[in-house]
Design a protein around this ligand. Structure first.
Ligand SMILES: [Zn+2]
Ligand SMILES: [Zn+2]
Length: 421
């Protein structure tokens, strides 16, 4: 137990943390381009928020939440996603009183007690955005465009954007009744989850992964045929904007989001080289959520992207950059007496903003030179007996092999000058 992490968790080690930093850097650049600002909410919230905000008939809430009672007997849940928390924060901090829409992005760990499988963890990471306060289709198009821009910037170009409309509280009941009618005589053949979905949320039968359910849902009526006038023109408006922006899409009437609060636009971006786990981004409009959480009725839309999934795709396509561990100077003392001077020089270099390191293992000269090449280091500053006595340092350029004996005090200015080149 002491040397094994909990099931479904994974350490991000130094040999890959640079890849995470790279993806996070692209996220920040793209969000800045689209004028979204970062929000950081706590990793735990009152359980009630997720019961309300995600819907207690969803798999997440029914089976996958990390819920516990704290010492004051409050029910606390580790966030399984970030939308409900963002909405809670939007209401608590009255973000609606600023200029609208409120455009937020987040990066961070989420927690679901899921069956661990390839690329899926119980602590996993998401990048997502939320645009709260705008109701027209233009913000939907912007949100989708941001997701596409992010994935394209990483070099993932073989993307497939699927869109659908899941209607609104006016038109969805009509569709729901039609679906129940369609499944009425097929109900007994569906999986046990879908049998209970039949009454509570029949739309979710359409995205059941069970093969039998998929077979029996063939020919089911489409939400798109039942949209009210408002939902219909919203969906048409979205298509028009995406087309104008040159973002290609496919309408997939079977795309229903697993969460109850979604309205109108639902979308997914697939990256087919990932095979069975090809969905890298899922999102949609949630016009019912803010009122559900106790606020004034306010429209909102967002998406979430699994960072592990994105990294897997980048790795498959050899799109991950090499991790830069290079330093400017490696300080190499020879003998015990040179060590104090070496440490002094090392400190001066670092305080001057120069990336530097030194030998801490009493290596031989040969081993130190070899070690310096591992970073690699651009320069090695050697301090042997002669250099020590003369208050000098031998600077070796590791690219050219040339050496120069200089005064100790000249080292920092010399390196700074080299860095300017
Ligand atoms: Zn509608
Ligand atoms: Zn099913």
């Amino acid at each position: 137990m002491l040397t094994t992490g909990p099931r479904g968790t994974k350490d991000i080690l130094p040999d890959s943390s640079g890849h995470w930093q790279y993806v996070e850097k692209i996220i920040r650049e793209v969000c800045h381009n689209f004028a979204y600002q970062e929000i950081r909410t706590p990793v735990f919230e009152h359980t009630e928020l997720f019961l309300r905000g995600i819907g207690d008939t969803t798999d997440i809430v029914e089976k996958e939440m990390y819920t516990f009672t704290d010492r004051a007997k409050r029910s606390i849940t580790l966030r399984p996603e970030n939308t409900a928390s963002a909405v809670r924060s939007y209401l608590e901090n009255k973000l609606y009183s600023g200029p609208q829409p409120t455009k937020l992005f987040y990066i961070g760990p989420m927690f679901r007690y899921d069956r661990p499988q390839a690329g899926r963890y119980r602590q996993f990471h998401q990048f997502g955005i939320e645009a709260i306060g705008a109701e027209g289709p233009a913000i939907d198009a912007e949100v989708i465009s941001l997701a596409v821009a992010f994935l394209n910037k990483l070099g993932l170009s073989d993307l497939k954007l699927l869109i659908n409309s899941v209607g609104c509280p006016q038109c969805r009941p009509v569709y729901r009744a039609k679906l129940q009618e369609f499944f009425q005589d097929k109900r007994a053949h569906l999986c046990s989850d879908c049998q209970s979905r039949y009454d509570r949320n029949p739309m979710r039968i359409l995205d059941c992964k069970n093969e039998t359910c998929a077979k029996y849902s063939q020919g089911a009526p489409h939400m798109l045929d039942c949209l009210c006038e408002e939902c219909g023109s919203h969906f048409a408006g979205l298509q028009e904007l995406l087309t104008a922006a040159g973002i290609s899409f496919v309408i997939n009437p079977r795309l229903v989001r697993g969460l109850d609060y979604y309205t109108k636009t639902a979308f997914e971006i697939q990256y087919s080289p990932l095979g069975a786990q090809s969905a890298v981004c899922g999102g949609g409009r949630y016009d019912g959520l803010i009122a559900e959480c106790g606020g004034q009725p306010t429209p909102g839309i967002g998406f979430a992207i699994g960072i592990e999934r994105v990294l897997l795709a980048l790795e498959k396509q050899a799109l991950l950059p090499s991790i830069n561990t290079a330093i400017d100077v490696f300080v190499a003392p020879l003998g015990t007496e040179a060590r104090a001077v070496a440490f002094q020089l090392l400190t001066e270099l670092r305080y001057a903003g120069i990336a530097a390191d030194m030998d801490f293992m009493n290596r031989s000269l040969k081993a130190q030179m070899k070690y310096a090449n591992k970073y690699p280091a651009k320069f090695v500053a050697l301090i042997g007996e002669d250099e020590l006595a003369a208050q000098k340092v031998m600077v070796k350029n590791m690219d050219t092999g040339s050496q120069e004996l200089i005064a100790r005090t000249a080292l920092v200015p010399m390196i700074l000058e080299e860095m300017e080149k």
